[in-house]
Design a protein around this ligand. Sequence first.
Ligand code: AGP
Length: 606
Amino acid sequence: MCGIIGIVGTQSVSERLVDSLKRLEYRGYDSAGVAAVVGGKVERRRAQGKIKNLEAVLADEPLDAQNGIGHVRWATHGAPNVKNAHPHTAGRVTLVHNGIIENFAELKVELAATGRVFESDTDTEVIAQLIDAELATGLPPLEAFKATLDRLTGAFALAVLIEGADNLILGARRGSPLVVGEGQGEMFLGSDALAVGPFTNRVIYLEEGDYVAIDHDSARIFDVAGAPVVRPVKVVPASVVMMEKGNYRHFMEKEIHDQPEGCQRTISAYVDALTARAAMPGDLDFKALERIQIVACGTSYIAGVIGKYLIEQLADLPVDVEIASEFRYRQPALRPGSLVIAMSQSGETADTLAALRYCKAKGMKSAVVVNAQESTMAREVDVVWPIHCGPEIGVASTKAFTAQVSVMIALAVAAAKARGMIDAAEEQRMVKVMLEAPRLIAEAIGLEDALKDIAVDIAKARDVLFLGRGPMSALALEGALKLKEISYIHAEGYAAGELKHGPIALVDDQTPIIILAPYDSYFEKSASNMSEVMARGGQVVFITDPQGAKHAPAGARVVVTAPASDPLVSTLVMAAPIQLLAYHVAVVKGADVDQPRNLAKSVTVE
Ligand code: AGP
């Protein structure tokens, strides 16, 4: 996923473009670039790697202009170097792009046959060449742009400068998000509200297929058929506009510590503390519902697996959870009487969006558990179940994960009550348990110093195993994913009972084994798994609760005692220790915690 900004402004544009790109850097950081209209000519400045490299280029060669575009790249076509860095130029056209043009190869052949020469390996440059070719036929900018959009197949968000049309930026949205920011005598384009946040909190969310022409005083929006349309202006809350790390070193650290508040706000949106009822927005009839299909990727998938355990246990309602990128290609047997739930922090993940659309096409009701409430998925489902943890900037998902799990817990309780599996008294008890969870999460975060010490040892490991049973087997997957993606140490999460069927061969005295085992119905089995690995020299970090610490077999390298918690919310409480462990291992290793190599916050390409 890449980040885009466009400014038709009244101040020096260089610093403004860079400021905005810094807010977008979580979307991709293989390269960065800006372009501006200087004396009627478009000039570019580009750099490989982080934005600070672009700032160095701009310090040497400033851009004296008021209008411009900018881009941070997560490479899809072409290596992450300057040649392939956006913005791309062809004749009078300079543009930035987020997405993938699927028919770029044939368009490139067609354009090259007319004598056009390409300088990059990207699909993006083809768009610039196409617009320039349309301009060369005499079409005015907006018509040349529309003619080009009609020829593209794939996903794109675009911001386009055209020489000779100095106070104009063209934008388009298809498959990748784009917003218009409305200023005072200025207009902006951005990938999301964060991008335009430094300049305005008045945001227009373009619809799928929309394209737009912005100048100092107007934003003329057209739908995919070319008809002028009006889209509502939304005032975005300050929390989205002002993203700071506060006194934390990394966004991830801040977001781990934000979890009690994020879960409290999310849980409060799904329970009524007065009546002690759990309620899911939307008119879904859980009694009649035959089955739930959850589709998601990465950490969101893991939140869905936890949801499966809870919904099936409490509501006796069949739930299947699948990796979105696999799901639709296996032609699953779906029935119209079931519900598809997409789980997605960004609401833009291409794999999940495609799986969601596949299910909708089969006649299924659809819902999304999502953080970005104006995202594509949020616009396309029947029911939105928002999480309320605020924007998550760290690429490794933490507060969004526990907020997603909070929604799964509420869903399990509400469905169980609707299906007569629990009575009002049990529902009230469960709601009380949910409302107490944020305090327990805060207590678990208080274990940070112990985890910091453990991290020093784990940082030396080559391989790490995470084990758990029941919902903790899902949390073991999450612990492994967190460690992998920010510290680059190989880690695997396993159902503890599965270890003896092969992976136990990995166990030796060099392999840290993190066992997640609160004192629940699975504890005895987990304890015997712990003995199995210790008998083979495994170095066990046992994460449990006070009762578990009392009953754990002797011999663990270290025991971490999280607060006691009801099984309904134990995954919320046990998440913080594994997040903090991964975070501090990454810090010990000097890794780039908020922007790990090769990753992006949301992968909007399949
Ligand atoms: C989580 O730490 C990762 N950054 C990644 O697995 C992420 O959860 C996945 O890409 C799904 O993103 P989404 O929730 O925005 O759909």
